[in-house]
Design a protein around this ligand. Structure first.
Ligand code: DGL
Length: 280
């Protein structure tokens, strides 16, 4: 496998990103690593999330990936900056890690991350909502970064307790529906009758049940696709940094820290059959 790109997540959520990336870059090889053994991350301490994310990234570096996408909003919001600014320059100065937060903020604001114009006010007011893990919500990363660039956007956050666990543990449809419907209700309670314009699922697990969110949200609400946005952003990045591109023929490898036998149910969520996970 030549120059594979690594993708990691606390569990199966990053597969939503990988699926779209693999289609968008049909010659690129990828190695996926899910930390199923320690998922979910959403209630863990920042120290744990940083430690686990470094371990995942390093495992993928050691397997030959020079670029790793941290396909987890929780890790991107809580740990990625420290990895990029402190750990990487010290241990792997020629390697790179990218997350999912930057492309989302760019898509939500229509502004490039490092070329923003703080205080921009001619953009019409919009109500945005992000569904995410409790840890991502607590980090405040999405509202902070969006409003830094476009202060007249309102960003409402809603945690979905239990949803990642339910997805990972092959919960029944009725249980998933009840969890999604409860968090949509809570979000609507935060709106105080105001109209919601855009929603995005700021946890890579949630697109696996996007249909359930669609059923619970008003029809006029646009749901942004994080996998599509991240994938478009990676394409732009690879144009600027062809040194991280690789191969003529796509190979996909799926690794888990957990038990591969427990992952058979993923085909219920993904468009293809369950990926053939191997124990890392
Ligand atoms: N899928 C991850 C995210 O995007 C993490 C979920 C979790 O492990 O709690 O936030």
């Amino acid at each position: 496998m030549k120059n594979p790109i690594g993708i990691c997540d606390s569990g199966s959520g990053g597969l939503t990103i990988l699926e779209t990336l693999a289609k968008a870059l049909p010659k690129q090889s990828f190695i996926y690593l899910g930390d199923h053994k320690r998922a979910p991350y959403g209630h863990r301490s920042e120290e744990e999330i940083l430690k686990f994310t470094i371990e995942l990234v390093e495992t993928l570096f050691k397997k030959g990936c020079k670029l790793v996408i941290v396909a987890c909003n929780t890790a991107s919001a809580v740990a990625l900056r420290q990895i990029q600014e402190k750990w990487l320059p010290k241990h792997y100065p020629d390697h790179r890690t990218l997350g999912v937060l930057v492309p989302m903020v760019e898509a939500l604001t229509g502004l490039e991350w490092d070329r923003y114009n703080p205080g921009i006010s001619h953009v019409p007011q919009k109500n945005l909502a992000v569904f995410a893990t409790q840890k991502t919500v607590d980090s405040g990363a999405y509202p902070h970064q969006v409003r830094l660039r476009v202060p007249n956007f309102q960003v409402i956050q809603q945690a979905c307790p239990g949803l990642v666990n339910a997805i990972e543990n092959n919960a029944r449809e009725a249980e998933l529906k009840a969890l999604v419907s409860a968090c949509c209700k809570k979000l609507s309670g935060q709106m105080f009758g105001e109209k919601l314009d855009v929603v995005f699922l700021g946890c890579t697990h949630y697109p696996l049940v996007e249909n359930l969110f669609r059923d619970c949200l008003p029809e006029t609400v646009e749901i942004l696709s994080q996998p599509k946005i991240v994938s478009a952003s990676l394409k732009v990045y690879l144009k600027k940094h062809p040194e991280f591109k690789g191969g003529e023929k796509q190979t996909l490898e799926f690794l888990t820290t957990g038990n591969p036998e427990n992952l058979g149910h993923l085909e219920k969520f993904l468009h293809k059959s369950s990926p053939p996970f191997k124990k890392n």
